[in-house]
Design a protein around this ligand. Structure first.
Ligand code: 5GP
Ligand code: MG
Length: 181
């Protein structure tokens, strides 16, 4: 498959198949299970829309009581980050005194998480940790270290399994990178 973005042609190259994603996410869920008490509720805060598919698969492997909430952040247009992060709507109530696991699709510059984490602490979260499907360590602009990382990848723009290109391709069952010809 090829994609054209702003008159540039990209080759769509599969990075992680459906089976590879499932296998890795099962391992991440087991790791998360060992890091929290089995009785205390964990607030799963899904960062929409990108983390929707990852979160849906991840929570099925968690064994502690969970409360699933979501927030929406806006920061991206096309394949270029605008550098500005906005919260769309409010932080869900009921965070005070709770352990919060932020579920993110990908950490790129790190700005989204460094914007959101202090807000959750201000709301009285007992702890805030991050589970991200993908991490682009070479793209970080602010220091951020997710506790649970699915895969570390290079700088290329990726789509699929929740990740979009201007709203499309989230439904692809695999993660693919856009490679310039
Ligand atoms: P940040 O730069 O704040 O770490 O990344 C913010 C958001 O930009 C991510 O949560 C994700 O939604 C989006 N993003 C970053 N890199 C990519 C990418 O390669 N592909 C897609 N589809 N979205 C990305
Ligand atoms: Mg995201």
């Amino acid at each position: 498959m090829d994609i054209q973005v702003e008159n540039v042609n990209y080759q769509v190259k599969v990075l992680f198949t459906e089976a590879e994603l499932k296998q890795r996410i099962d391992i991440l869920a087991q790791k998360i299970n060992t890091q929290y008490s089995a009785e205390e509720p964990l607030v799963i805060l899904v960062i929409l829309h990108g983390a929707l598919l990852f979160a849906a698969d991840l929570v099925r492997g968690l064994t502690m009581p969970t409360e699933i909430e979501s927030v929406r952040l806006k920061s991206y247009h096309g394949t270029q980050s605008t550098g500005k992060v906005e919260l769309v709507g409010a932080i869900p109530p009921g965070i005070r005194g709770k352990n919060v696991l932020l579920v993110e699709d990908i950490v790129d510059s790190g700005r989204s998480l460094s914007f959101l984490i202090p807000k959750l602490k201000d709301e009285g979260a007992k702890s805030v940790k991050v589970a991200t499907l993908l991490d682009k360590p070479s793209a970080h602009q602010v220091p951020i270290t997710p506790e649970f990382i699915g895969f570390s990848i290079g700088k290329n723009f990726v789509i699929g399994y929740g990740l979009d290109l201007d709203g499309r391709y989230r439904n692809l069952p695999y993660v693919a990178e856009l490679v310039k010809y």
